[in-house]
Ligand binder design. Structure first.
Ligand code: STL
Length: 355
């Protein structure tokens, strides 16, 4: 029996790996009834992720539950940028695959992380909501939740305190390594932050917690500690972190990012000046924008080139573009122009709505 089950598992794994290699654009969303989850749909759910903990649990969830609940929490922030948009893109995929999507505008977390007064972070949350909605989330199937609406209630606070009794200082601190502002000399508030994230997952009845890979230690803490308080362990899905426009880590102080409501001329300027060494994929923000922002939204895209440089090329998948870039058949300069015009097009609804 065990041998049979593991052979089936192995087969599904191979199928997924081969699907990942051969297909990146999914045009059909055939069905989402429990037990009838199509492979196209499964590919849509898992594409462009760095890690899923665990894939078996996710497969099980899709078979058993018709509309599972997925969430991303965002610390409310003055600018919503390409980094935030990466997890928002994943929410779009999940929504198309039948998930109910919850966006937590974590204003209280922003307050804990010294981003402003309670009033300021709440105001920013409303602005963030508008940005996320204009990225294409379905208003009927998206629930926006504000941290300060429930995280100050007695029962929430009691759960935090219960979890605090079970969690060592060391563990809470380590879970914040990747996200913390002041890793050297952390405040007590920083230790409460990951516990709140865990209790959010329980309170919002989340099946699938989505976040950047920098969230993984906090999510692992949640997986371990929630069952001790009688809540299910969430399935966790992590997206990669994409490099900033200079090829370095994204950072608001470095200005190496593009906000979703940035004027078209600024987007163009930033993209044309971005780090994009010929043939090199590592730390290449332009190729990352194609992979994580442009291709997931468009079924094909064209790089326009003068005839003397080979003429226009239309790509139906990121993989083919990547091959041409790595071989040197596609030059960074042509690529940047096309990257800029597609990104401007994708972000047009945000600019129009926000202005
Ligand atoms: C950051 C940087 C980052 C992610 C977050 C914060 C996430 C915040 C959050 C808050 C509450 C939740 C879930 C996530 O329930 O990359 O400063």
């Amino acid at each position: 029996m065990f041998v049979f089950a593991s052979a089936v598992n192995q087969f599904i794994r191979l199928l997924i790996v081969s699907l990942r290699r051969t297909k990146s654009i999914i045009h059909t969303y055939s069905c989402s009834r429990p037990g009838e989850f199509s492979l196209d749909m499964f590919e849509l759910v898992i594409r462009n992720t760095e890690e899923i903990v665990t894939l078996d649990e996710l497969r099980d969830l899709l078979v058993k539950k018709q509309n599972p609940r997925a969430y991303v929490g965002y610390e409310t922030s003055g600018k919503i940028h390409l980094g935030h948009m990466l997890t928002a893109n994943k929410l779009l995929d999940l929504q198309k695959a039948g998930f109910d999507v919850i966006v937590l505008l974590a204003d209280l977390h922003a307050f804990l992380n010294e981003k402003g007064t309670l009033e300021e972070v709440r105001d920013i949350a409303y602005y963030n909501r508008d940005c996320f909605m204009s990225l294409g989330l379905d208003p009927q199937k998206t629930e926006f939740v504000y941290g300060t609406d429930y995280q100050l209630k007695d029962d929430y606070v009691l759960k935090i305190l219960q979890m605090a009794r079970n969690t060592t200082l060391n563990r809470a601190r380590r879970s914040m390594d990747e996200v913390s502002r002041s890793a050297e000399n952390p405040m007590v508030s920083q230790m409460i932050y990951p516990l709140m994230q865990a209790i959010d997952i329980a309170d919002l009845k989340i099946d699938l917690a989505v976040g950047g890979i920098d969230q993984r230690k906090i999510h692992m803490l949640a997986r371990e500690e929630l069952p001790r308080l009688g809540f299910p362990a969430p399935i966790c899905m992590h997206t990669p972190l994409i490099p900033g426009l200079d090829g370095q880590k994204m950072s608001s102080s470095k200005g190496n990012n593009i906000s979703v409501d940035e004027p078209a001329e600024d987007i163009e300027k930033k993209i044309m000046n971005a780090f994009c060494p010929a043939k090199v994929l590592d730390d290449n923000p332009i190729m990352a924008i194609f992979k994580y922002h442009i291709f997931p939204r468009l079924s094909e895209m064209t790089v326009k080139r003068p005839a003397k440089f080979g003429g226009d090329v239309t790509y139906q998948s990121y993989e083919v573009l990547e091959k041409d870039f790595v071989s040197g058949a596609m030059h960074p300069q042509d690529l940047k122009k096309s990257c800029s015009s597609y990104l401007i097009e994708i972000l047009t609804p945000v600019r129009e709505h926000i202005s």
